[in-house]
Design a protein around this ligand. Structure first.
Ligand SMILES: Cc1cc2nc3c(=O)[nH]c(=O)nc-3n(C[C@H](O)[C@H](O)[C@H](O)COP(=O)(O)O)c2cc1C
Ligand code: SF4
Length: 661
């Protein structure tokens, strides 16, 4: 069979290695270490991507010095004790034919004292952009200490079996702070002229080559942030990269997006759907005579990767979230089964969203991410004997349960009361820029069809109908319904909003589904902590020309979406559309044609006219069927019909239960 991706799967010589394909699982902090050591979780995570066919894996960064520690989960920075632990990972990854590289980092001025317990070290003592700390301008001896820190970390990587290292200059890290005259104000050997500003990185790569020998790959990670005037522009980056390339200091350079000045674009959220990295990767490719060039950020699919390489924009592509979402992306593409790749939806909710809460990363669409060591990877063990399984409810929990049960060899029927699969997940896709949810639902539909699941739409089953069906096992995934009480956590003593019975009140689902047409002046109460439901619907209405007021008890609008870097674009969109944003507030009375809004810190109240009240409130489990069947053996409930959670919880539940059927 001719490969549909001939360029993507062409082997690539890289120093002493030949990569089997051009798909890289690029560097990212998975935050999985245990007491500074990579453990079983890390091993399972990387093993699965190597098994899944990635040509090269870049392992989570190691800080090169005590001042470089920035997250709790960082690996030990100065200890040979990590070597045997990493050796298990490098052996495993290599056994699947993938190359393995270790990222090294130091973010200079932008460190985090609460994790490093060290002052930030930088070229010129400028303030941190991470928090309100200042930084210490390094002495000559300290610059040398940091250079040696890089060399020691590279030597440890070599001893642990890594094929090479990649140093993160990207996102305004220390190396870039030396390169840029904006952050390097020194007038000694390390600053001033272009040559002096390049000295720090030149020394590092020179000394690493001497310490680690010729058979060791040296990579460089840089990034571009076209939206931030204070960050290196493409011309300066070209000059820096060309300098290192001409001297054969680097074997590859990878180009990412964003910076500490515009943090949210580093891992582009739904609002950054255009692939702005390509043009710049092409510019670096044009100046590199020796080094390979890698394009990263929102490459996402094999189609994009193939095009980027075929058009000569880059030699390889990093696909991070795409392979978190489906670790077998490369093998599926190589086998001509790209349509079976589970798509990443750019939500950032369970990858960087979990990392920001200091948990190990996982994935909304793929709950096996981070659990591979417990779940045996992302695949499934065949059921001991095929059973007749009935799944009631076709939202995310039901679709996942049906899919996994069918993968395991069961005969599965999925009954959905509505005309479409997806439930409220389908409605979520209607919010601005959330259209990437649609391919996720389409993937489920295609997978269910491929696996022979009998999908019956427009079938609401009661307990008698379920019993009459005669399944060996029943999975109930009937979801949850908005209670329309107007309860607000900002006024916890009030069970139901006074006046809610006066009418013109609906849920976000009513509005998004088109069941209710909102009037001109809309009040949205967000009682879901700033998750997508309230602010996303408010934005959708505001952009459609409604006069929107959004009220929440939270300190700012769209607070929960901050974990996935979507909060600022939502607030910007609301502001642009003229919405009235009321954080730290609650609605004390609905009047049928208006409302009284209280500012919680001061208690000041204000009445305002409205035509429609839209409630984003905690849905109530639709558990009537489950309760009617309670006590019946072999009945399981999954997802929101037990207790409301986000889609991640529903998909996790569906997978967990179906793996045990
Ligand atoms: C959870 C997470 C942590 C990340 N941490 C790092 C990091 O430590 N170093 C780095 O160079 N890039 C890091 N990145 C950025 C990725 O390398 C990549 O540039 C970004 O995810 C965009 O690519 P994608 O669209 O393929 O995911 C991280 C990404 C994610 C999702
Ligand atoms: S959590 Fe969301 S953004 Fe992150 S990898 Fe999964 S689908 Fe993609």
């Amino acid at each position: 069979m001719t490969s549909p991706y001939p360029h993507l799967f062409a082997p690539l010589p890289l120093r002493h290695l030949t990569l089997k394909n051009r798909i890289v699982f690029g560097a990212h902090t998975a935050n999985m270490s245990e007491e500074g050591f990579p453990g079983e979780r890390h091993l399972g995570y990387y093993r699965e991507r190597a098994r899944g066919g990635a040509g090269m894996i870049v392992v989570e960064p190691v800080p090169v010095h005590r001042t470089a520690v920035i997250v709790r989960g960082n690996f030990l920075h100065d200890s040979d004790a990590i070597i045997p632990h990493f050796r298990r990972i490098t052996d495993e990854v290599k056994s699947h034919g993938a190359a393995i590289i270790q990222q090294l980092y130091h973010v200079g001025a932008h460190g985090d004292w609460d994790n490093s317990f060290s002052e930030n070290w930088s070229p010129s003592g400028l303030p941190s952009m991470f928090d309100s700390d200042g930084s210490h301008a390094m002495t000559d001896a300290e610059v040398d200490e940091i250079i040696e820190g890089h060399v020691a970390a590279a030597r440890r990587a070599k001893d642990a079996g890594f094929d090479g290292i990649e140093i993160m200059a990207a996102y305004s890290a220390l190396m870039e702070q030396f390169w840029s005259p904006m952050t390097n104000r020194r007038d000694d050997l390390w600053g001033g002229s272009f040559e002096n500003r390049m000295r720090f990185s030149t020394e590092i790569y020179d000394r690493i080559r001497k310490a680690c020998g010729e058979e060791f790959v040296c990579g460089l990670a840089v990034a571009i942030d076209p939206g931030a005037a204070v960050v290196q522009d493409i011309e300066s980056l070209e000059a820096a990269v060309a300098w290192h390339d001409e001297r054969a200091l680097i074997d590859y350079v990878t180009l990412g997006r964003g910076s500490y000045w515009g943090f949210s674009t580093i891992i582009p959220p739904v609002f950054e759907q255009a692939m702005k990295g390509e043009e710049f990767a092409g510019r670096l490719k044009a100046v590199c005579k020796h080094a390979r060039v890698q394009c990263e950020a929102r490459v996402k699919t094999p189609e994009n990767g193939e095009r980027i390489i075929a058009e000569g924009i880059a030699d390889m592509v990093s696909i991070v979230r795409g392979q978190i979402a489906d670790p077998h992306l490369a093998n599926k593409a190589a086998a001509g089964r790209a349509e079976t790749i589970r798509p990443c939806i750019s939500c950032n909710q369970q990858c960087i969203g979990r990392r920001r809460r200091d948990y190990w990363i996982s994935c909304l669409v793929n709950p096996s991410a981070g659990r591979e060591f417990e779940w045996g990877g992302d695949g499934f063990v065949a059921a001991p004997s095929p059973l007749n399984i009935l799944v009631v409810g076709g939202g995310p929990a039901g679709m996942e349960a049906a899919r996994v049960a069918a993968e395991r060899g069961h005969k599965v029927t999925l009954a959905e009361a509505g005309d479409h699969l997806g439930g409220t997940w389908r409605l979520a896709a209607r919010q601005p820029m959330r259209n990437e949810i649609e391919p996720h639902i389409a993937w489920y539909e295609a997978e269910l069809a491929r696996l022979g699941v009998d999908v019956r739409r427009g079938r609401a089953l009661d307990a008698d109908a379920v019993r009459a069906f005669g399944a060996d096992k029943v999975v109930i995934a009937t979801g949850a319904r908005p209670p329309l009480t107007g309860y607000q956590r900002g006024l916890p003593e009030v069970d139901s909003l006074p006046g809610v019975e006066l009418g013109n009140v609906c849920s976000v689902n009513d509005v998004l589904s088109g069941r209710v047409e909102a009037g001109r002046r809309v009040l949205v109460i967000d009682d879901l902590g700033g998750a997508w439901q309230g602010p996303g619907t408010a934005l959708w209405l505001a952009q459609a020309g409604h006069e929107v007021t959004i009220v929440t008890r939270d300190a700012y609008i769209a607070m929960e979406t901050a974990r996935g870097s979507s909060d600022k674009p939502i607030r910007k969109g609301l502001a642009k559309a003229g919405a009235d944003m009321r954080p730290m507030s609650a609605v004390t009375r609905w009047l049928g044609d208006g409302a009284t809004i209280r500012h919680l810190p001061t208690g000041a109240e204000e009445s305002k006219p409205f035509d429609t009240l839209v409630l984003a409130e905690t849905p109530k489990p639709d558990d009537a069927l489950y309760r009617a069947l309670s006590g019946t053996p072999d009945v399981h409930a999954v997802g929101d019909c037990i207790a409301f959670h986000f889609a991640s919880g529903a998909i996790y539940d569906g997978r967990r239960v179906a793996m045990a059927l």
